[in-house]
Design a binder for this molecule. Structure first.
Ligand SMILES: *Cc1c(COP(=O)(O)O)cnc(C)c1O
Length: 376
């Protein structure tokens, strides 16, 4: 059994993907070829924003978003303590200070109450300017943008939506990657919409932000490539990846999202009441980057993971370490032992089970019976 079966997906889409790749090879337009612009237009329309600017990967997308907002030395950016390293790494890379915020136990997403507390602390200390918040749509579920927007407005924070895992999710009919002042995603192969290498994109309704992002991704270009008006990066989405993504995006919105939601429902039906299953609050739709259960403590989680492995079932711990305990972030401390107690507890108790649009009912059954045998 595969944790995320990309080979199966390729087999289903093979004819179209092979043709798309060969067409790019024959076109020789390997950088910024036609499929790049076409993909950007399709994704912007799907998300429901004016602009999509593709780039080299999801980390670069966040870096470019911070550059667009002018985040740098002396600024604080609030980041959830329970996320992939890149969400916080980019803040330090830009010379700003990440301040870690606890998450909600049920949704795994940023806690609005703790965000407000942490903003007040930074203001009270008076050393840094609270500039932005990077909200992560963890495991496919959009963060609580309604309340986040209220707090952000109150304190003058810009919202960056890190939708690397969230593409395809929604809240009250509005799609993920459309909630931030500027939003980002990743096309890393294992993400909900993945390509065959690295890729990423930035989304925004702002013409000004879009123009800046387009400049930053090509060496801070001005009116043309050899007119450089700001220090930027080299971060473009390959034409080859865009062509592959166009094929995969069609499958993604036509049936894969439905299929992965059915798989999640099957899991929840079989497991709820026995272990803590993931919560999708009223009005939300998840793209199920991960299906993550919670066990009562680390010993139970680790023993279940071992039992699954014994049965030939892959599982993953996303994430074993809270951001503020990552070695690289320690210089930005010191951090209180109980800085983010929920995030710290989740790191000990979470376990992500195999899920993807092509998982069979038999495979879900097998995972569940192994979990249940263990849990009983
Ligand atoms: C994967 C991921 C990223 C980084 O994306 P890459 O394309 O791998 O650079 C950023 N944030 C989150 C939450 C992610 O899961």
């Amino acid at each position: 059994m595969q944790f995320r079966d990309l080979k199966k997906q390729y087999e289903v889409l093979k004819n179209d993907i092979d043709k798309a790749m060969i067409d790019v090879a024959a076109s020789s337009a390997y950088i910024m070829g036609k499929p790049v612009k076409e993909l950007e237009a399709e994704l912007a329309e799907y998300v429901g924003v004016k602009h999509c600017i593709s780039c080299g990967n999801g980390t670069d997308a966040l870096t470019i978003a911070l550059k667009v907002l002018g985040v740098g030395a002396g600024d604080v950016v609030f980041v959830p303590d329970f996320t992939f390293f890149a969400s916080a790494e980019v803040v330090s890379l830009e010379g700003a200070r990440p301040v870690f915020v606890d998450v909600e136990e049920d949704t795994f997403n940023i806690s609005i109450a703790d965000l407000e507390a942490k903003v007040k602390e930074v203001i009270a200390q008076g050393q840094y300017t609270p500039k932005a918040v990077i909200a992560v749509d963890l495991f496919g579920l959009p963060a609580n943008y309604k309340e986040l927007r209220t707090v952000a407005e109150q304190y003058g924070l810009k919202i960056i939506e890190d939708g690397a895992q969230g593409f395809g999710g929604a809240f009250e009919g509005k799609r993920a990657c459309g909630f931030g002042d500027i939003s980002t995603t990743s096309f890393f192969p294992a993400k909900p919409l993945g390509c065959y290498g690295d890729g990423g994109a930035i989304f925004t309704d702002s013409d000004e932000y879009a123009a800046l992002a387009d400049s930053f991704r090509v060496h801070g270009k001005g009116s043309f490539k050899y007119d450089n008006v700001r220090i930027g990066v080299n971060s473009r989405l390959d034409t080859l990846q865009a062509a592959i993504l166009k094929v995969k995006f069609k499958a993604f919105h036509e049936y894969e999202l439905d299929a992965v939601n059915k798989a999640a429902e099957m899991y929840t039906e079989k497991l709820s009441g026995k272990v803590e299953t993931p919560v999708v609050p009223e009005g939300y739709y998840s793209s199920w980057a991960q299906y993550t259960i919670k066990l009562k403590d680390r010993a139970t989680r680790d023993a279940l993971q071992a039992a699954l492995k014994e049965a030939g079932i892959p599982s993953m711990v996303y994430y074993p370490t809270p951001m503020h305990k990552q070695t690289a972030h320690i210089p930005y401390g010191p951090y209180a032992e109980d800085l983010c107690p929920v995030a710290a507890s989740l790191c000990e108790r979470v376990l992500s089970l195999p899920i993807h649009p092509y998982i069979s009912e038999d495979d879900v059954d097998m995972v569940c019976s192994t979990v249940l045998k263990f849990a009983l």
